[in-house]
Structures are given as structure tokens and as C-alpha cells.
Ligand binder design. Sequence first.
Ligand SMILES: C[S@@+](CC[C@H](N)C(=O)[O-])C[C@H]1O[C@@H](n2cnc3c(N)ncnc32)[C@H](O)[C@@H]1O
Ligand code: SF4
Ligand code: SF4
Length: 395
Amino acid sequence: MAHIRSLFFDGPLAEVENKAITAYKLGRPSEIIWNITNRCNLLCDHCYMSADAHQRPEQLSDEDSIALVKQMAEIGVPLLFMSGGEPMMRSNFWEILNEARSYDMHVVVSTNATMIDRAIAKRLKTAGVDWIATSLYGPADFHDALVGVPGTRDRVVNTIKILREEGVRVALKSAVSSDTWPHVKELIATAKELDCGLIYLCDLITSGRSEGEEDGRITAEQWRELADYVLADVLDPETTLEYDIGALPSVIPYMAEKLIAQGIDVTKGLERLKTVSACPVGKGHMNINSEGGIMPCQFAQDWTIGNVRDMTLAEAARKLFEYDEQNAQGVCSDEECEYSRICRGCRTKAFHEFGDPMGPDTTCILHPNDKRSAAGAAKSGSQTPSAPCAMGSCS
Ligand SMILES: C[S@@+](CC[C@H](N)C(=O)[O-])C[C@H]1O[C@@H](n2cnc3c(N)ncnc32)[C@H](O)[C@@H]1O
Ligand code: SF4
Ligand code: SF4
């Protein structure tokens, strides 16, 4: 998670991000992503949690789910993502939402938007959700084949229009893979046309139905092309779209270098990154699966540190903070990379590739194939003027 506009400049998420950082500094979770159910009415090819029609046997009961929200409120969690599976398929979805809102928690609902009509859109508005985050992958034929249900893309687009008419903020999400790559720039244009405030672009995670699909990722060169495109848009005074880049933390030092090279002050962003690194594992970010498992990252459902049935959220937060005290290995170690503390590399990709979350992130776009580019020059003593950490801001 890396909100580009809010990080380097001022974006629409600055207020809630400030609350999240305050919570983290106080030793609480800054935000919780909760997969309230594994059930889903779609069957996306790439789904990292292999969601389908079946409920997991040990899914948290309704009673436990409400007790969990109360506990979140008690320890001051400012932001809750209700995700899935398809969260709206959970029978007490509205009860959880209303409970969270009764404590004034910010709530984002991450949904495939197939269960929202105008009446539901009005209800979501009344409940006070911050954002509906919904997924789009490309043109109708492509999208429908990917999610496995005909007619879905048109339905999602129509729902987004209804949500915007009802005054609900909408974020568009897409997985970036070699399949979706031809459509990504078009998706950015669609986000603007549909008046979405944010687009989330996530590098392919190779778990669930994507397990073993490392070849399905786009190349580092393609990611750099996309990062340049995004940065140009963020710098365009005519546009306001916020970008969130998922599972590719190295995009942040890459963009910081580009901004410095253009003479743009990135001090604010680097200051913030000292507190919350580009990979949020161990930095207050908490994830809970449908069975109550507490995870450092939602993209690794089997990497758990305990269960809400056996430990409090405060205890879990302390345990998650321990990841931040560890040095990553290989190219992402403090010794090898001057960005190690502000970037950290994607800990979940390391977990999937090496079975060790502190392993190297081999998808770094700054040094594809382990050959350092601008960052490598900086490390070897001949720092480029554009290297963010040459300004002494990263330690
Ligand atoms: C698991 S879904 C949950 C919410 C809802 N069911 C939906 O699809 O929007 C959250 C987001 O994760 C993305 N996603 C799923 N599998 C992924 C993977 N293997 N790599 C990257 N993103 C993935 C989806 O495209 C979706 O935008
Ligand atoms: S990505 Fe979302 S909509 Fe698709 S199968 Fe997974 S949970 Fe369902
Ligand atoms: S080597 Fe690792 S920590 Fe350094 S920029 Fe690349 S992904 Fe980030």
C-alpha cells in the first residue's frame, strides 16, 4: 500500500492516514484488513485466497465478529477494511458495518460490487462508509472471462455510476499481471471517467489460484513504464486521481529518485516513510482472516502469528511490530540497500518465494536481476544527486 499523491504531496487520504500514523505511534494497529468471509459469488482466475461458494469451517461466529469490532474500538483502531471473499455475502455484514460506524471508525468496503443496487447504495451512504473499493480488469469480454461470470463488467460499471450519484466515494482496484497489462492505462482513464477518487494497482501475488504463476507478472521494465506514467499524472495539475500501488514497495524509492531528479522536494514523503515504510508489514498494519487468524499481510493467508480467539489485538499488534525490528536479507538488507528502512521490500513475496518473510524481494524494480541501477551507484559510494537517501533522510 503506497498512496503516491498523499505521500509526496497532499492527497484525499491525508486525514485518515494521519490518524493511522498516530495510532501506530501509540502502539496500536493503524488499520485492519479483515476478510470477514472467504465465500464469493465470482471465481476470479487470479484470486489469492481461492475464494469460492464455500464458507471456511471455522469462520468467526456472528457473536465473535461483533466482539472483535468492539475490541478494535477499545484499542482505538481508526480504519477498518471489510474485505473477503465477497464481504457482502456474509449474513451479518450490515451488523458489522454499523457496529464499526457506531464507534466512528473509518470503514472501507472492498467488494466486487455485484450485490449493490440503488437501494443498497443509499444504505451504504447512510451507514457512512468512507469508500467502496471495487475491482475492474479490462473490457467486458476480458473482465467477464477473468471473473468467470458473464455480464459482471457492465454491472460493476453501472454500480459505480449509481454509487457516485448517491455520493459514495469509489476506489477502483486491479491486479497488474501480464494478462491485465494491455488494459491498465485504459483502466486509469476509466477511473477518471467514472469519477473514482483512487485507483489501486497491485502487482500479481502468487498464492491461491495464482500459486506458481510467477511468469504471470509484468517485467520490472513494464513496472517502471507504469510508474513513470503514474508519476506524470500525479504531477499534472489538471488531475486529482490518487494512486495506490500494492505489493511493489520499490516503486516508492524509484519515484522519489525521479522526483528529486526533477528538482521536486520529497522531504515530506521521506519523513513519513521513516515512520511507515512502503511495505507496511510490522508498521501497524494488521490483517485478520475469516477464521480469526492474525496475519501480517492479507496476501499470505497462511502466514499467521496467532488467532483472535487466543490473543488480544493489543498482543497481536506487539507481535507484529517485531517484524519491523528485523533486518531483511540479501538485496533488501540494511547493508545492501540504502532504502531498506523506507522500502523494506515486499515481505509477503519473500514469504511466498523463500518461506521466510525476511528474505529478499526479487521483484525490486530498482535492480532487476540483482543488478543495482541508480540505487546501486548510490550504495557503492558514488551517490547520484537524485538518490533520496543521499540527502541523509532515510536513517
Ligand atoms: C480478494 S479481493 C476482495 C474483495 C472483492 N471480492 C473484490 O474482488 O474486489 C481484493 C482485491 O485483491 C485483488 N487480488 C486478488 N487476487 C490477487 C492476486 N493474486 N494478486 C494481486 N491482487 C489480487 C483482487 O483483484 C481485488 O481487487
Ligand atoms: S478476487 Fe474478489 S471477486 Fe474475485 S474470486 Fe477473489 S474474492 Fe471473489
Ligand atoms: S532492494 Fe529491497 S528494500 Fe531496496 S529498494 Fe529494492 S525492494 Fe526496496
